[in-house]
Design a protein around this ligand. Structure first.
Ligand code: SAH
Length: 337
């Protein structure tokens, strides 16, 4: 049965129309779900009893269960059990500007990036938008606080589950729903080019991040199989199109892996590749995992790389490391449970 958390405002409105209910009831239902956060249709006391029963007949009041929580410095890592006993994870990070929650979009992932734990576990299925929404609701219940930022960077490739992820964003962003501003939401892709164009045409203010991780086809082909489908030139040209369509700045994520993509020539090449593009680069020290042999770049190499980008007038930051002590590398918690 479909979960009540799988309906965005439009779908709820259609449902109400079909059942000859007044449109304002959609607001009341969203209010119970996302503001008052009740746990059953029974508690929606301003709806008529007969209609509450109808809702309970047509929709499940689904939930997902936190089965493990690991606490590290400024980071909580959650493992969830889904209704079919599949497991996913979400990571909550405490920043000086607020909290950001990294949510999963699929059980496993088919992109096969060589350095990534999630890719070792092939995709089992897409998550429903309800299962993404519930990651937020359950964790807010756990911490008894509102989360300020969402990053769609957990297990899975969001653009390989496009429609459900877009619905999730609508529910999160709606002022009647979870009400997190679009500019506080970031979606990250390994580079599924046609979906980048679709996403540009959504005309949202949601931030786009691209997992680049290499400055050329040779390196990218070695570590990211998606590059063999959409190569780096096509990807960069598409990002330029995205920027001209949306006028938004794009983030390039670049994990720093020892001896793979952290040389001086890589940094020069990356500078040339990104010259003149409205973007910034987020250098991420690679999070080592027990199962994969890649190593993190030395701090010296990271700073050298950073300095070269800076000298070339590329906006660049080095991301603070979160949670290496709690298996926070993508997919690690799920992989070890
Ligand atoms: N599939 C999407 C989003 C999920 S991965 C994407 O590729 O963007 C989120 C980010 O974490 C990606 O940039 C990914 O390359 C990176 N990542 C994966 N494993 C990592 C690790 N062990 N250490 C650091 N970053 C990692």
């Amino acid at each position: 049965m479909k979960s009540i958390y799988d309906l965005d405002m439009n779908e709820l409105n259609d449902y109400l129309k079909e059942h000859n209910q007044k449109p304002y009831i959609a607001n009341q239902i969203f209010d119970w779900l996302y503001k008052k956060r009740v746990a059953s249709f029974e508690e929606m006391t301003n709806l008529k009893k007969g209609f509450r029963d109808q809702l309970a007949k047509d929709f499940s009041y689904s939930s997902i269960e936190i089965i493990k929580k690991q606490i590290g410095k400024d980071v909580y890592k959650y493992l969830f059990n889904l209704n079919d006993d599949e497991k996913i994870e979400a990571v909550l990070m405490f920043h000086d500007y607020g909290t950001s929650l990294c949510i999963s979009t699929q059980v496993g992932c088919n992109m096969g990036c060589l350095f990534c734990e999630s890719g070792r576990l092939k995709k089992v299925r897409n998550l429903l938008s309800s299962e993404m929404v519930l990651q937020i609701l359950e964790i807010e219940k756990d911490i008894k606080k509102r989360i300020s930022h969402i990053v769609i960077m957990g297990i899975g490739e969001p653009f390989d589950n496009y429609d459900e992820v877009m619905k999730f964003i609508r529910i999160v962003n709606s002022n009647k729903g979870i009400d997190i501003g679009a500019r506080h939401i970031t979606i990250s892709t390994c580079g599924i080019v046609p979906k980048i164009i679709d996403f540009a045409n959504e005309k949202t203010q949601v931030n786009l991040a691209i997992s680049l991780h290499g400055p050329n086809n040779e390196i990218r082909n070695k570590i990211m199989p998606i590059n063999k489908v959409y190569d780096i030139k096509l990807l960069i040209d598409t990002v330029k199109d995205y920027i001209s369509l949306t006028n938004r700045r794009v983030t390039f994520e670049y994990i720093m892996i020892d001896g793979v993509n952290d040389s001086i020539s890589c940094s020069n090449e990356l500078s040339a590749l990104l010259k003149g593009i409205n973007c910034y680069v987020n250098l991420i020290p690679y999070n080592e995992t027990n199962n994969l042999s890649f190593k993190k770049s030395s701090n010296t190499n990271i700073m050298r790389f950073y300095d070269i980008l800076k000298k070339n007038n590329i906006n660049v930051t080095v991301r603070r490391e979160f949670g290496s002590e709690v298996d926070a590398a993508c997919g690690q918690l799920r992989a070890t449970n």
